[in-house]
Each structure stands twice: as C-alpha cells, then as structure tokens.
Design a protein around this ligand. Structure first.
Ligand code: NAD
Length: 357
C-alpha cells in the first residue's frame, strides 16, 4: 500500500529547500518505483497569516493520518513581536507534542569532501560520525509553570520549569541504547546532575536502563564538559543522549564541526515509528528568497524519512549516494563553497542531486 507523506514547507527558506526535496521524491516515484502520495499543509508564520494559528487543526489531523511528515523551517522577523503563544515556533512545538515525537535523532557526519569547511583541523574530525539523541517533548521547553510576572517591587521576573518524569527519561534512554546497538555501542548521557535535581534523576534512570544493554558502554558527562569535549576531541563520541535544551545547543555545536548547518538532517520519532523529518537549521530569513540556501539537509532528511518511517532503505541509500556524488563532483552552495569548487544555487543543487539519482 502506498505510504503518505505530509509536506510542510513553512517560512523563510523553507519553501525553497522543500521544493528541492520534492523534486528528489518525485524523481524516485517517477523513475525508481517509489510508491508514496504527498499532500501539503500549513505551519508557522504562513499558517498564522492564513488561519490565525501557527498549527491549524487541519494540519495536525493530516499529520496524524500520514506515515511521515517532511518540514522545511518556521519563523521569521515578521512574527517575532506577536503574542508568544501564537508565534510560529509554537506551531513546531505543538506538532511535536501532538504527534508525540519524543525522540529527536540528529546525526553529525563529516562528508570527507567537506573536511575543509569545518573550523577544526582535519585530523581532529576526519571520519566523524556522532548521533545526538535529544529528548524533544519534555524538559524546560514544555515545563509549567512558565511566564513573565511582575514582582511586588515592580520589576518583572521571567521563569520556566525544568521537569522530567522517570517514564520520559526511560523511553528516550531506550532509544539511545537501541541505536547504539546498531552503531559502536557507546552511549554518553549528558546532564548537569551536580546542579539540577531533574538531571540527577535523569542520570539515575539512564544508569538503570543501561542494565538491559550489557554490551553498550555508558558514560555520564556534565553538559559544560560535553561542549568542551565536542570541540576538543569529537570522535570520542558515538551516541549522545541528553535533555531537550542541552540537545538543542549541543546538536548545533556538533553541526558546525561538520562545516555547515545546511548539511544536517534530523528525525523526530514517536513510539509507533511515525516521524517528522526536517533540517536542523531554521528559516534563515537573512538569505530567504535568494535561491542560495543549501537544500542538502532537507534532501538528506528525506533519506532518513525513507529509512526510519517508510521502510525504503534502498531508496534512502540512493539519495545519500547521490548527495555524496554531487559533493565529489565539486558542487557547493554558498555556505560550503571553497576554492576550486563550483558554486551553485539552491535549485541547481537540487537538480544535480536528481541527475545523480
Ligand atoms: P537559522 O538556522 O535560520 O540561521 C542561522 C544561520 O545559518 C544564518 O546565517 C543562516 O543564513 C544560515 N543558514 C541556515 N540554514 C541554511 C541553509 N540551508 N543554507 C545556508 N545557510 C543556512 O537560525 P536563526 O537565524 O537563529 O533563526 C532564524 C529563524 O528560524 C527564527 O525565526 C527562528 O525562530 C527560526 N528557527 C526555526 C527552526 C525550525 O523551524 N526548526 C529552528 C531554528 C530556528
């Protein structure tokens, strides 16, 4: 039976990069026997403009019916000053929560052709392949109470709550150990257990879960040290599992180890294997509409989608090989271009991947 994919282009460069990903999907359907149907929906700023909500009910309903969701990016200066609960990013948080996408998988892989784009020395990053497993539907981004209140002395106070239940920690830890079993069998759990009670519990539960995975070695690291180690010697890591906020920050850091934020995909999964797939970068309003954004993170997100939610690993391999080939041919968007390489636009990069398929 044909699988269904909901496509949410979003804002800023979202529609440009998603168009290139759709070209790749269409080519797989037309020339390589992939059977899927696609539908588009609204999210983020455009959804606010057209419906008044960053996540219209119809979009969430479509997401629940589909086998996978492909998202561009949301947000932009136009919506930065509207009421907090209506901002584009709330649409993103709401669809993650609505589909119960609690596990965010963010690979940081160095394409050997891009070693020169990293700010670290080649000998430090050569062969880098880290997977960051970030808890996505709990922690301080969702904890209540939250808000900005006025104190008795008249000054305002902003407050948020970091809270994790044992069950939330356990299920994300299991995902990390499960994927580690298919990789190099090393998990590093990142917390701040010396200061935050919520992550003291995190450490305890992750340690408990590790009893079920005797082949996987478990290490605990404080987040400040993890940030340092990621820059000093990133290849010591295989799988990193961490909280929502720490994962948000560390995965962006890890992305720069590889040279460009425009190269990294992500998958957000629920217990049933449904997933939302998106590049890790945002809507890049500074370059939107110029046809210069790098579409590869979105295209590689399609490969992850085929592998994790649509049971089409051969098609996923085909996309990854095509991307590798295009890079080997010397094609680069502006964010990753270097001497001697051919600078191409967003659409030229998408076309080149399609040709390479
Ligand atoms: P950003 O990731 O959009 O941009 C950071 C920098 O990286 C910019 O200089 C941008 O030009 C560059 N960049 C990002 N993606 C690129 C690509 N594909 N090709 C080339 N260069 C690229 O982060 P930001 O500037 O902090 O945020 C911009 C907007 O995006 C904000 O409204 C923010 O809330 C939103 N945002 C959305 C998501 C999401 O939708 N998942 C994630 C992060 C930020």
């Amino acid at each position: 039976m044909s699988k269904s994919v909901l496509i949410l282009p979003g804002d800023g460069i979202g529609p440009e990069i998603v168009t290139e990903a759709e070209k790749v999907l269409s080519a797989l359907v037309e020339k390589h026997g992939l059977e899927i149907s696609t539908e588009q929906g609204l999210i983020g700023g455009r959804a606010i403009d057209e419906t008044g909500s960053p996540l219209p009910e119809e979009t969430l309903a479509l997401g629940k019916q589909s086998d996978a969701v492909l998202l561009g990016a949301v947000g932009g200066p136009k919506w930065d000053n509207i009421e907090r609960s209506l901002r584009p990013e709330r649409g993103l948080l709401a669809i993650r929560a609505g589909l119960d996408l609690y596990a965010n998988l963010r690979p940081a892989i160095l394409y050997k052709e891009l070693a020169g784009a990293s700010s670290l020395k080649p000998e430090v990053i050569d062969g880098l392949n880290i997977l960051i497993v970030r808890e996505l539907t709990g922690g301080i981004y969702f904890g209540e109470p939250r808000g900005i209140r006025t104190l008795e002395d008249g000054q305002r106070e902003g407050f948020n709550t970091l809270v994790y239940k044992e069950s939330e920690i356990e299920r994300i830890a299991r995902i990390a150990f499960d994927v580690a079993m298919k990789r190099n069998k090393k998990v590093c759990s990142v917390d701040k257990a010396n200061v935050l009670e919520a992550t003291e519990l995190w450490r305890e539960v992750v340690t408990h879960v590790s009893d079920d995975y005797p082949e996987v070695s478990l290490e605990h690291m404080y987040v400040d040290n993890a940030a340092m180690q990621l820059v000093r010697d990133p290849r010591q890591f295989d799988v990193i599992v961490t909280t929502n906020m720490f994962g948000d920050i560390l995965s962006d850091l890890a992305s720069m180890l590889t040279g460009s934020i425009g190269m990294l995909p992500s998958a957000s999964l629920n217990a049933g294997g449904k997933g939302m797939y998106e590049p890790i970068h945002g809507s890049a309003p500074d370059i939107a509409g110029k046809n210069i954004a790098n579409p590869l993170a979105t295209i590689i997100s399609v490969a992850m989608m085929l592998r994790y939610s649509l049971a089409e690993p051969a098609q996923a391999d085909r996309i990854e090989r095509a991307v590798q080939q295009v890079l080997a041919n010397g094609l680069r968007t502006a964010d990753i271009v270097s001497d001697g390489m051919t600078k191409v636009s967003t659409s030229e990069m998408g076309d080149a991947v399609v040709t390479s398929l």
